[in-house]
Design a protein around this ligand. Structure first.
Ligand code: IPM
Ligand code: MG
Length: 356
């Protein structure tokens, strides 16, 4: 029987309670599909700061490296917002992405049949279905470029640098093309090539690579236009591939199309099968520990883990199906509608387990 080693970072706020539900579901999937999981708990983010003074203690990266993949709840909270940049929970997250080589961030934005009315966009604009995959570069660009404070024209100034190498662009574009190949075969590369030199290199490189993917229809879009098109005509998109900062912004926008941020999962992948899986929502400290949080995004992150790190497609589909079934009868407060049973975090976890 296959045994998977998973590093688990419960994190801050609602992190622990949503991760507990996801692990219940993963254990049940193992029973059903014939694999076992071994969990190695470790820390990053606010809790880590409280205990060790560092958002990413050195031991954490090692625990993750020894595992087959990582499950992360959520990190951060107001409590740590006034610390200097390098000591904030966000620094832990960025350090982890970099140390683990997690260069490809997959952020699906989809509308769940049962939650169609939750979208803030008119039904006729959304159309029959919405299923966009944002592929965001995650370990390069302006997030990791040279930065600093200086002086200009006699005034205090600051700078951050956007820089990409051809290999960095190629490897993320390849993820985009491969993803499109498995879906509707449409890839939209988003840049700002009318202004930025780094974007011009991005576009040239993507065009060059497209020769390896004649079956994928490649288009290019400026990021400002893409922000507008996501609202105007979202169903034109299949896979979007873009830089770190554009992907940060566009994936938040795309997630809102579904109207239910508590439902969206994400994967951050390294070369090979290693990945980190987490819900896209934050740590919601205001509702932490009250059995109010929606665990479904974390549970859907488990489905992504099974799909991308473990090639357990059948188990992944079964979890996604169980989540869809669960939503037909019961809802956590964030997506509650009249006519459904209102349930808490724990009960939602149990419901998905029972439907699996
Ligand atoms: C995200 C977040 C992070 C990012 C922050 C918390 C550093 O916004 O994962 O999208 O900007 O990448
Ligand atoms: Mg973001």
């Amino acid at each position: 029987m296959k045994n998977y080693k998973i590093a688990v970072i419960k994190g801050d706020g609602i992190g622990p309670e949503i991760v507990d539900q996801a692990l219940k579901v993963l254990d049940k999937a193992g029973e059903k599909f014939g694999f076992t999981c071994q969990y190695q708990y470790t820390q990053m983010g606010g809790c880590a700061i409280d205990e060790t003074g560092q958002p990413l203690p050195p031991g954490t990266v090692n625990v993750c490296k020894e595992a087959d993949c990582v499950l992360l709840g959520a990190v951060g909270g107001e409590k740590w917002d006034t610390l200097p940049g390098h000591l904030r929970p966000e620094a832990g997250l960025l350090g982890m992405r970099s140390a683990l080589g997690l260069f490809a961030n997959l952020r699906p934005a989809q509308i769940f049949e049962a939650l169609k009315d939750a979208s803030p966009i008119k039904a006729e604009v959304i159309g029959d279905s919405l299923d966009i995959m944002v592929v965001r570069e995650l370990t390069g660009g302006i997030y990791f470029g040279e930065r600093g404070r200086c002086e200009k024209d006699g005034h205090p100034a600051a700078f951050d640098t956007e820089m990409y190498t051809v290999p960095e662009i190629e490897r993320i574009a390849r993820v985009g093309f491969e993803m499109a190949r498995k879906r509707d075969k449409k890839l939209c590369s988003v840049d700002k090539a009318n202004v930025l030199e780094s974007s011009r290199l991005w576009r040239e490189t993507v065009i060059e690579l497209s020769k390896d993917y004649p079956d994928v229809e490649l288009t290019h879009m400026y990021v400002d236009n893409c922000a507008m098109q996501l609202i105007r005509h979202p169903s034109q998109f299949d896979v979007i591939v873009t830089s770190n900062i554009f992907g940060d912004i566009l994936s938040d926008e795309a997630s809102m199309l579904s109207g239910s941020i508590g439902m969206l999962a994400s994967a951050s992948l390294a070369e090979g099968t290693f990945g980190l899986y987490e819900p896209i929502h934050g740590s919601a400290p205001d509702i932490a520990g009250q059995d109010l949080a929606n665990p479904l995004a974390t549970i859907l992150s488990i489905a992504m883990m099974l799909r991308y790190s473990f090639e357990q497609e059948e188990a992944a589909i079964a979890i996604e199906r169980a989540v869809n079934e669960a939503m037909k009868t019961a809802r956590t407060p964030d997506i509650y509608e009249e006519g459904f049973k209102k349930i808490g975090t724990n009960e939602m976890g149990d419901l998905v387990v029972s439907l699996l």
